[in-house]
Design a protein. Sequence first.
Lengths: 142, 551
Amino acid sequence: MQGVDRRIRVLIAKPGLDGHDRGAKVVARALRDAGMEVIYTGLRQTPEMIVSAAIQEDVDAIGLSILSGAHMHYFREVKRLLDEQGASDILLFGGGIIPDEDVPKLKALGVAAVFGPGTSTQEIVDFLKRAVPERWKAQGLA
Amino acid sequence: MRKKHDWLRETYRKSLEKIPERPIAHRTLSDIAPEPLYTPEDIGVLDPEYEEKRGFPGEFPYTRGVYGSMYRSRLWTMRMFAGFGTAEQTNERFKKLLKAGQTGLSVAFDLPTLMGYDSDHPLAKGEVGKCGVAVSSLADMEVLFEGINLEEVTTSMTINSPANAIWAMYLAVAKKKGYDWKKLGGTIQNDILKEFIAQKEYIFPPEPSMKLVIDTFEWGPKNVPKWNFISVSGYHIREAGSTAVQELAWTLADGFEYVEAALKRGLDIDEFAPRISFFFDVHNDFFEEIAKFRAARRIWAKEMRYRYGAKNPQSWMLRTHAQTAGVSLTAQQPLNNIARVAIQALAAVLGGVQSLHTDAYDEALALPTEESATIALRTQQIIAYETGVTHTIDPLAGSYYVEWLTDEMERQAMEIIEEIRHMGGVVRAIEEGYFLRELAEASYRYQQEVERKERIIVGVNAFTDEIPLKVPIQLVDPEVERVQAERLARVRRERDPKRVEEALEGLRRAAVEGQNTMPHFVECALAYCTLGEMMDVLREVYGTYQEPAYV
């Protein structure tokens, strides 16, 4: 029963100097409307700030929104810090202006999903509702 | 009632004395020769509100255009926004664009520069040269404009919080090369209010940020008289998710806020207002966009004349740049964006803009390639030279729909402007989170409409393809970070440390004592102080700003 009742907790984060936050906010709100608990970091977060917030808030997933072209750097850093701090169980996903060529590289880093422009918010909701409980099951939490 | 032949004899002729008609055939493909202007007289109808609401091109209230002869004499400036990687790479792209027939330059800076950090600052890691060119000191600026005659081109620079410093670097390049500041033309965006509202590239809190802007209002007209020291921008407001009416209202409200701040400093409205310029988005809803430009000119003219008491007609004129809507571009079926951009660009031209950037079709994927940027420029050239829309001024005037929509957008925008005034002005509304809330609402509503398919986006929620189309994309060389770090190290090694120290101290003193900072920025630039050094001085004096995280 615990697994059914448990609400998915997601941190939506804007790393780096990029101020384009329309997408991050629309996604945050859609996830909330879909019944998830959503924490939005606000702008200009360093990877350290993001990972520390994720651990403190005990989230199941982190969504990074990057439109500046610096995605390789930020995903790599966040993933490295998650592993370093024993939080590799947190699901990492993201979106923004990310060229197709970079998607396999991000997946190889351990990014679970990359959502490009034009993705429906429902697709992101469905993804989290599938992927997060799978992780719970794998960790014996559900 | 003013007659068309009077306008032709007076305003139109005077306009041609300045710039004659272009030496091309102003004739349709059937060899019909359209006149420069059509009015209710030409089709024998009565329009009792004609003079008050629409008037004549180059005359108050400028609904039909700010200049007497508009595109009959001079086309809009085709100004493509470009910048990536190092100053060398962007300089090369500039020269190619000029060779391809572009008529003005427009510089895109990278995020560290926009946020006032040097390329070797820890927070710049991963961002150097990514979404624009990196400029950390005069040395970069010198390379950026190498081999370009600054008295011949006009240059627009999209820079806001560090605008004073970047403008000073440009002026320092001009000075060192012996160009006359009085002959320099161009624009710095320098619109900090829309940063707090939408784009979020602010550094200092609103009040000192406004002080820095008003420094340029005071210093600009006396020293670089042909320079637009501000481009009040709706573009970013729209891209952040506002509606067209909100874009119109908030942009003009921002403009009025600057005017009021400048008046408060004791400046003469008719000295600074003629150099205030604007920048609007142009989205897919064709007639709404055209009506928006016409309504913007009318509101600005009326308010500047009647509310603020400007007497110089130049102060009443809303001159604007436009850019096609980046937010409307789709990553799916990217070539469709060429059609979207063409339609949007046509709306901007029918709306009477002074300069235009057309987006490249691949911008939902990455920075434009040279090829995609060229197609975007060619799109403007096709509109300019092949469609015939430039034969006659404001050709959609008198359309029942366009005139009604112009009135309706003016009415709705004025309601919002009054609401903001009631709140105590734009800065107050920023502090209360008004814009953040309104934007979050408008963009969420739009997204839901798309997901419910109440709004159709071709290739995204309808007419989709199974197999995605691959297009080539522009990647930025990761070497740029190293190249920049090396140049910075050299600059710091070779400059005169005493001059640097004195210049920065002068800037600090000006900021603390509330003097005009512009002369000090110029001295800092000439001394090769870095952007980060200048901004750090001000960060220390003014503090920094962090907005509340509102979803």
